[in-house]
Write a protein that binds this ligand. Structure first.
Ligand code: ATP
Ligand code: MG
Length: 404
């Protein structure tokens, strides 16, 4: 793994150099972006991390992220950044801005994209999203996490990782509508005839959202879906497993014959919920059940969604929520109806339509934790944990750092 640090401030460059070296990168330092463009070592590196340690280079960093997309991931490390440069960086899909105060933790996350392939045993990692009740945003979070993973996971074997979302709301979920794709996963069609499930039928069931992201979304069905038994679901997951690095399951609210086994077989489980008193109660019950099923603590997380915020963007009732859900890894996601509505009206995920929004950042923290587990990187999972603990202060700092 190679890292190139750009900046004229030798102290700042040295600090980043030491963080990058601790993360396992081989580090080179250059004074200016132009020097990097013609640097022989950089040109010979198929995938490089570029750390820009100078806020005056923000626009140059964003331009570079666009030009070198695919080869370089560019991180601007600065306490403030002009909004236009920040947006250009994030929208390049190959850049991010982080602040000095949190650079160790955030660079550990970034390092994930440069780690080894997701895994080499051939099968996909399975992540279950389990709603504690209806309408808590389960589908929304599955989609956003899938988009994040498909952009971030590395798999040199395939030139990038492939991710699938499997909508198990078999009577018809909302997932296909959110992404404006045709729902084609009509598994009820082969109830009693699992032998029909061949490569060709899998293709028929697939809705391609993006190069690396496929959707298996259930069409509306008046009847038949309730007959789909556990055997068929597991056969299907097995059949598609070799095609993907990660499969994210959008589980229904109602408990079905196969729910427990799917959860036990998952590599990670995210229980989703909201913050009213009855909703928190439901969330606690679901979490207790998941723990009873033997899912280890390190593989469980809670997405507390649609959390109200105050004028400063801090989560309201946070201490109370943390007390009720004590002992669980929590990710707070703020309520932002307009950002989510815009995303769903445009048929595009929020991480594409408004990646730099605050709610986008909240969701990215959850997605990064999942990425850590899927990529099997302990360091990244640790970074995600630290993130989960200090979501609030970091976000407050993040926005304050954007210069007016
Ligand atoms: N953080 C958020 N802030 C505001 N609105 C949100 C947030 N998350 C999700 N929503 C909205 O809540 C609604 C329900 O979301 P979604 O369909 O993802 O929930 P669900 O749990 O999958 O629901 P269902 O039980 O119908 O499957 C959608 O309109 C979505 O845009
Ligand atoms: Mg749903």
């Amino acid at each position: 793994m190679r890292c190139f640090i750009v900046g004229a401030d030798t102290q700042a460059a040295a600090r980043l150099g030491s963080v990058a070296a601790d993360l396992g990168f081989t580090v080179s330092t250059l004074a200016a972006m132009d020097a990097l463009r013609i640097d022989k070592q950089f040109l010979a590196t198929p995938r490089a991390l570029v750390l820009v340690a100078d806020s005056s280079l923000a626009f140059e960093a964003a331009d570079f992220a666009v030009q070198a997309a695919g080869q370089a991931f560019v991180v601007l490390v600065a306490d403030t950044v002009v909004p236009e440069a920040y947006k250009a960086l994030v929208r390049s899909g190959s850049g991010e801005w982080i602040q000095w105060g949190s650079c160790e933790v955030e660079l550990a996350e970034v390092a994930l994209g440069f780690s080894a392939p997701a895994h080499s045993d051939g099968g996909a990692r399975v992540v279950s999203f389990l709603p504690s009740k209806g309408g808590v945003g389960n589908t929304t979070l599955v989609i956003e996490a899938a988009v994040h993973l498909s952009n971030r996971l590395a798999n040199p074997r395939r030139g990038g990782a492939r991710v699938a979302v499997l909508d198990l709301n078999l009577q018809g979920g909302t997932l296909a509508d959110c992404l404006d794709v045709e729902p084609r996963f009509d598994i009820a069609e082969i109830v009693g005839r699992p032998e029909r499930l061949d490569e060709q039928l899998i293709e028929v069931f697939t809705s391609r959202y993006a190069n690396r992201l496929d959707i298996f979304a259930s069409p509306m069905r008046a009847s038949g879906a309730e007959e789909v038994g556990p055997g068929l679901i597991f056969t299907f997951i097995d059949a598609i497993s070799a095609r993907y690095d990660a499969i994210l399951l959008d589980l229904p609210e109602t408990w079905l014959a196969w729910t427990d086994t799917l959860i036990q077989g998952s590599d990670a489980v995210v229980v989703t919920g909201t913050t009213t008193v009855p909703a928190l109660r439901r969330l606690s019950l679901r979490l207790a059940h998941v723990a009873d099923l033997g899912v280890p603590e390190g593989k469980r997380a809670v997405a507390v969604n649609q959390v109200c915020t105050d004028l400063f963007g801090r989560f309201k009732r946070r201490p109370e929520i943390e007390r009720v859900l004590d002992g669980h890894r929590l990710f707070f996601v703020r309520r932002d109806g307009s950002a989510l509505e815009d995303a769903s009206d445009s048929g595009r995920p929020l991480l594409e339509s408004a990646p730099d929004s605050r709610v986008g950042r909240d969701i990215r923290r959850l997605a990064t934790w999942i990425e850590g587990l899927v990529a099997g990187s302990a360091a990244a999972a640790k970074g995600g944990e630290a993130d989960a603990r200090e979501t609030d202060p970091r976000k407050a700092r993040g926005r304050q750092g954007i210069a007016a």
